[in-house]
Design a protein around this ligand. Structure first.
Ligand SMILES: [Zn+2]
Length: 426
């Protein structure tokens, strides 16, 4: 169209976005195909969509919302950022019945009033509510409990998937299908052709042969998260925290050999250098012993070193990383020393020095934090540190085109405001 700003203006008006004046020459627009998000949690987010989300609220507003929850039923609330909203024993004693899920999904808190509601449904969560190591070693179980308490249905899956389209995402992957019911909800939805699925070991064990064949692989969690101060980084953590590794070395070897025997892909969550090292050591041992996997993906790999990058490449691993998390270099300056902030998501090192190729053995996803193309595009073009920079074509290649559907959105790139927005094509 000859006056593209008219369409952009209309789209901005619809969303209540203030559009910069057209004399601002720092703004460029690019038409891009819908992308495939290589790392999300479809069933979990579909289940949690019905729960209040406090991640966008200021701490006093979030606390007001929590205090106003019903007193006579259990509420599940998501998006709790522990660095912004400290919740202590006194708060938990006075809040209505609530299961409060950490923004990273790896941690949770239970108010005292929630205990009677949960002691029968999820006794293990109640028993270990104050045990960070247990929670990190049992993330798949947490996802299973969150999905069970909130409920996954085909309608909710479709609503979730359709909500991704205006954000620029056409298809995605559920990186931790927690039970056969969640898989069934996705397969019975109208969006089935746009979802790939990785099951947790417990879920995969509980599936029939037919259900297993509908999964693309099995997902293991080796370490915790930065949000919960439990990622596998050597540290020292500022203001408290400790690496939590879910497996001992022999246990991990056993778990990976079992996945190899299932002849399915392995996907391994490893954020910190200690967890990455553990994964590489184990895979090198198994390789020597003749184990063969169709494909092994290392998820996150945020603090991977150059030496580890070379070993990963020699092993033929795919790095599945999240440009979104380049912002951890800013928002987690309260807990990570400067060297970690600077070496988080070292894309230039991986691509330029080690030889990873976006879209081939370096793939990108959002982890749903947040969903959509705008945030990773902003952090790729305008990153906190130069080593995190990706060109738009590298970013799009790393995500890849949507599967099971076609479509186009418009990226509005504002070089002056250092921000990217996604708009529907008009
Ligand atoms: Zn994830």
């Amino acid at each position: 169209m000859d006056r593209p700003w008219l369409g952009a203006l209309a789209a901005a008006a619809v969303r209540g976005v203030q559009l910069p004046t057209m004399s601002n020459s720092s703004i460029r627009r690019e038409r891009v195909p819908l992308i495939h998000d290589n790392h999300s949690h479809v069933s979990l987010y579909a289940a949690l969509a019905s729960c209040p989300d406090i991640s966008g609220l200021h701490p006093p507003e979030a606390m007001r919302l929590l205090r106003s929850l019903p007193a006579d039923s259990l509420s599940v609330v998501r998006g709790w950022r522990t660095n912004e909203l400290p919740v202590g024993p006194a708060d938990l004693a006075s809040l209505p019945p609530v299961l409060l899920i950490n923004f990273s999904l790896h941690g949770f808190a239970l108010s005292d009033a929630a205990l009677p509601y949960l002691s029968e449904a999820v006794p293990d969560l109640v028993e270990h509510k104050d045990d960070a190591s247990w929670r990190e070693a049992n993330v798949p179980r947490l996802f299973d409990a969150y999905c069970g308490l909130s409920g996954v249905t085909p309608d909710r899956v479709d609503a979730f998937m359709d909500g991704l389209l205006p954000l620029g995402v056409g298809s995605t992957e559920d990186m931790a299908v927690a039970n056969p019911e969640s898989l069934a909800a996705m397969r019975n939805s109208g969006s089935a052709a746009r979802i790939r699925s990785y099951a947790t070991p417990a879920a995969f064990m509980a599936m029939s042969a037919e259900e297993r064949s509908a999964c693309d692989g099995v997902k293991l969690f080796l370490d915790g998260s930065i949000g919960a101060r439990t990622a596998g980084v050597r540290g020292p953590w500022l203001g408290g925290g400790a690496a939590v590794l879910a497996y001992r070395n022999e246990e991990l070897d056993g778990e990976l050999s079992r996945i190899a025997s299932w002849k399915t892909d392995a996907s391994i969550h490893a954020i910190g250098e200690l967890a990455i090292e553990q994964a590489l050591d184990s895979l090198e041992r198994l390789r020597k012993n003749g184990a063969v996997f169709p494909l092994v993906r290392l998820e996150h790999a945020q603090f991977i070193s150059e030496e580890q990058g070379r070993r990963a490449r020699d092993l033929g691993l795919v790095l599945s990383m999240q440009p979104n998390f380049s912002s951890d270099s800013e928002c987690y300056a309260d807990r990570l020393p400067a060297a970690y902030l600077e070496n988080n998501n070292p894309f230039r090192m991986l691509i330029d020095r080690v030889g990873f190729v976006p879209g081939t053995d370096l793939i990108f996803g959002s982890d749903g934090m947040p969903h959509g193309l705008a945030y990773p595009a902003t952090l790729s073009l305008f990153p906190p540190f130069p080593v995190q920079r990706l060109s738009l074509s590298e970013l799009l290649a790393g995500y890849g085109p949507a599967r099971g559907m076609d479509g186009v959105v418009v990226l509005e790139i504002d070089d002056q405001a250092r921000q990217v927005r996604v708009m529907e094509e008009s």
